[in-house]
Design a protein around this ligand. Structure first.
Ligand code: E4P
Length: 221
């Protein structure tokens, strides 16, 4: 399962990128809004920093304008993936973009039925929003499991990107379901590496090493 960061913050991306595990980035209008800088500048900086897929979201509600916007976003870099929403207009614009050879990510997906539609237009990625499904008192992980199973049974090539992940166990469960990609905020990514026994183990090893060096130093004197 490839790991993506769900952010438009370049510092967060640079930090996680140094770990050597970052395969891509997803952005959305809300995340770009938080940066309060020109969106094109934000996107281009991220596209240059990341050696992998970067999703840029369309904001035009009508199909024709969304298609033109998507074509424009795709020109920013080879690793740009154009996000379209799971709406009739999004499907129409998305299909036209796919026909032009542009890779699309169908976003705001909440049901297996919607995931089938995304695969049928030949989307490169489909993004089910697990956390938001849970927020609506439903089972996001169950929906993801069904989507992965349907794609498997049907032989769809569209990659399933588990989105709206809120904690490390969401990431673990998404991997068990067979998701191709998991995208998560910086906070969740940072928690993946953490374990109290790792911290305690490192502390003990370093303390013993210091003591050994001290002892050897004394004996040598
Ligand atoms: C994914 O592409 C979305 O940007 C994201 O995962 C949404 O997550 P949220 O529900 O935490 O806003």
């Amino acid at each position: 399962m490839r790991l993506f960061l769900d952010t438009a913050n370049i510092e967060e991306i640079r930090e996680i990128n140094r770990w050597g595990v970052l395969s891509g980035v997803t952005t959305n209008p809300t995340l770009v809004f938080k940066e309060a800088i020109d969106p094109e500048q934000v996107w281009k900086e991220i596209l240059a920093e990341v050696d992998g897929d970067v999703s840029l979201e369309t904001t035009e509600p009508e199909a024709a304008a969304m298609y033109e916007e998507g074509k424009h976003l795709a020109t920013f870099a080879d690793n740009a993936v154009v996000k379209v929403p799971m709406t009739p207009a999004g499907l129409e614009a998305g299909k036209r973009l796919v026909d032009d050879g542009i890779r699309i990510n169908v976003t705001l997906v909440f049901s297996p039925a919607q995931a089938i539609l995304a695969a049928e237009i030949g989307a490169y990625i489909v993004s089910p929003f697990l956390g938001r499904i849970d927020d609506a008192a439903a089972d996001g992980m169950h929906a993801l499991r069904q989507m992965c199973e349907i794609y498997d049974v049907q032989g769809y090539q569209t990659q399933v990107l588990a989105a709206s992940l809120r904690h490390p166990m969401h990431v673990v469960e998404a991997a068990l379901c067979g998701a191709d990609i998991a995208t998560m905020p910086y906070d969740v990514f940072s928690k993946l590496v953490k374990h109290p026994l790792t911290d305690a183990g490192v502390e003990k090893f370093l303390a013993d090493w210091r003591e050994l060096k001290q002892k050897l130093g004394k004996e040598g004197a």
